[in-house]
Design a protein around this ligand. Structure first.
Ligand SMILES: Cc1cc2nc3c(=O)[nH]c(=O)nc-3n(C[C@H](O)[C@H](O)[C@H](O)COP(=O)(O)OP(=O)(O)OC[C@H]3O[C@@H](n4cnc5c(N)ncnc54)[C@H](O)[C@@H]3O)c2cc1C
Length: 385
C-alpha cells in the first residue's frame, strides 16, 4: 500500500492545475453569471487528453483509471474552474460504454470521449423517483428491431451541451417491481425528446433540465449492455460518479480554503493578521483536515474500483462522497466567515460557492441515502424504508 501517488499522476495534477489557472475562477464566474458556458475550457482539456485519461488507449484515451480522472476533476476544482459534466460524461457514460458496450458502440463513442468531443448527459432521476430508483417509470417498448421510449426525467445536467443522453429506464417486460434497469443512448436532437431549463439558485455555468421523452424511436443499438445485467451495469457507472462527485467537492473545498488562508494572512484589523486569531485559524485547520480525510477515502475508492473490486469500491465511494460533501460545505462556510463582509461580495466569488457546495450533500446521492447504505450494508442494521 502506498500513500504517494505515482509520478505520472502527480505530473497530471500539475499540468491540469496549469490549465485551470490559465482560465481561473473569474472565467467560470463570468460564464455562470452571464448564462454562458465554459466550453473553451472543456474543449482545451479534451484536446490535451485530460477528459479521456480513463478511456482505453486503443480508443485514443489515456488508458488510466477513475483515480486519474478524479485527479483531473479535483485539480480543476481547486483552481475554481470545476467542470460539473466530468462527473457524468467521462465518468459514468464512458465507463459503462467501455465495460459493457458492443464493439460497434465502443468504436462509435469512445474516441469522442477520449478527446472530449463527445459530451453525454446521464438521466436517472424522475419526478417521482429521486432517491428511490426502484420507482422509475421510463419504459422502452420493443418496436421491430428497435425501441420506443417514453418517460420523464428531472435535474438532468448539461443537456444543452450534450450530443446524447444516457437514459436509465426499464423494458416493458420489467415494468414494475424492483428496478431492472436498461440503459439507452438517446441523441439530444431525437424527435420526441424535449428539454427545458430548470431555474436554479446555484451559480454555475452548467445548467439543469427537465427532460420529456415522448415516443422516441431508437435503433436496436441504442441499448447499452444487456437487458438482464440489471443493477450491476448501472453501478459500474454510479460508483465512478460518486468518486467524481467527491473529487469535485474536494477541489471546490480546496479552492475556498486557499482563498481563505491567503486572506487570513493579509487582512489586518488589529495588530496581527486575522489568521493569528484561533477563532479564524481553527475552522480553516479543521477544513484542511476534513478535506484531506475525504480525499484519502476518495483515493481508496478509486483504487478499489480501478482494481476491479466493485463491491468494496461501492462502500468506499459512498463514504467518500459523504465525507467530501460534509467537508466542502464546512470549508466554504469557513472561507466566507474568514472574509467577513467580503465573503458575500461578488468580487470575491465565495458567496457563489455556498449553494454549489451545498449541492454535494444532495446529489448524485443524498447524505441520508448514504447513511442508510452504511447502516444497512456496513453495519448490518435493519432497513427502515
Ligand atoms: C444541481 C443538480 C444536478 C443534478 N444532476 C443530475 C443528473 O445529471 N442526472 C440525474 O439523473 N440526476 C441529477 N440530479 C438529481 C439528484 O441526483 C437528485 O436530486 C438526488 O438523487 C435526490 O433525489 P430527489 O431530489 O428526488 O430527492 P428525494 O428523493 O425526494 O429526497 C428528498 C429528501 O428526503 C431524503 N430521503 C428520501 N428517502 C429517504 C430515506 N429512505 N431515508 C432517509 N432520507 C430519505 C433525501 O435524502 C432528501 O434529503 C441533480 C440534482 C441537482 C440538484
Amino acid at each position: 500500500m502506498s500513500f504517494t501517488e505515482t509520478e505520472e499522476r502527480q505530473a497530471l495534477r500539475k499540468a491540469v492545475t496549469e490549465l485551470g489557472r490559465k482560465y481561473g475562477h473569474e472565467y467560470t464566474l463570468k460564464a455562470a453569471r452571464s448564462g454562458g458556458h465554459t466550453t473553451e475550457l472543456w474543449n482545451e482539456a479534451g484536446k490535451l487528453g485530460y477528459l479521456g485519461v480513463n478511456v482505453p488507449e486503443e480508443f485514443g484515451g489515456g488508458g488510466g483509471g477513475i483515480g486519474d480522472l478524479a485527479a483531473v476533476c479535483e485539480e480543476l476544482g481547486a483552481t475554481g474552474t470545476g467542470l460539473l459534466q466530468m462527473v457524468v460524461s467521462p465518468a459514468i457514460c464512458a465507463t459503462i460504454m467501455a465495460r459493457f458496450g458492443t464493439d460497434d458502440q465502443k468504436q462509435r463513442w469512445l474516441p469522442g470521449f477520449a478527446d472530449g468531443s463527445v459530451r453525454m448527459a446521464f438521466a436517472i432521476t424522475e419526478p417521482d423517483a429521486g432517491s428511490n430508483a426502484h420507482k422509475l417509470t421510463t419504459t422502452a417498448r420493443r418496436d421491430g428491431e428497435g425501441w420506443i421510449l417514453n418517460g420523464r426525467k428531472v435535474y438532468i445536467s448539461c443537456m444543452d451541451e450534450s450530443q446524447a443522453v444516457l437514459v436509465v429506464g426499464r423494458t416493458e417486460d420489467a415494468k414494475t417491481g424492483k428496478l431492472k434497469p436498461a440503459l439507452f443512448i438517446v441523441p439530444t436532437d431525437a424527435p420526441g425528446l424535449e428539454f427545458q431549463r430548470i431555474e436554479m439558485d446555484v451559480v454555475s455555468p452548467d445548467y439543469q433540465f427537465s427532460v420529456f421523452i415522448d415516443d422516441v424511436r431508437l435503433p436496436a443499438d441504442a441499448l447499452v449492455g444487456s437487458e438482464d445485467a440489471a443493477l450491476m451495469q448501472l453501478f459500474a457507472g454510479l460508483n465512478p460518479e460518486r468518486i467524481m462527485a467527491s473529487a469535485f467537492a474536494i477541489g471546490m473545498g480546496r479552492f475556498a480554503l486557499d482563498k481563505a488562508v491567503e486572506y487570513a494572512k493579509t487582512r489586518t484589523v488589529w495588530k496581527e493578521p486575522i489568521g493569528a486569531h484561533q477563532a479564524v485559524a481553527h475552522p480553516l485547520a479543521q477544513a484542511k483536515i476534513e478535506l484531506e480525510l475525504a480525499k484519502l477515502m476518495t483515493q481508496k475508492a478509486a483504487a478499489l474500483y480501478d482494481a476491479g473490486d466493485d463491491m468494496a469500491a461501492g462502500e468506499a465511494a459512498n463514504m467518500a462522497k459523504f465525507a467530501a460533501g460534509e467537508a466542502v460545505v464546512k470549508a466554504v462556510d469557513a472561507a466566507v466567515q474568514t472574509h467577513g463582509g467580503n465573503g458575500l461580495a461578488s468580487e470575491y466569488g465565495l458567496g457563489a460557492l455556498v449553494a454549489a457546495s451545498r449541492l454535494t450533500r444532495i446529489a448524485p446521492v443524498s447524505r441520508e441515502m448514504i447513511l442508510n447504505f452504511v447502516a444497512q450494508f456496513s453495519l448490518g442494521l435493519p432497513k427502515s424504508y
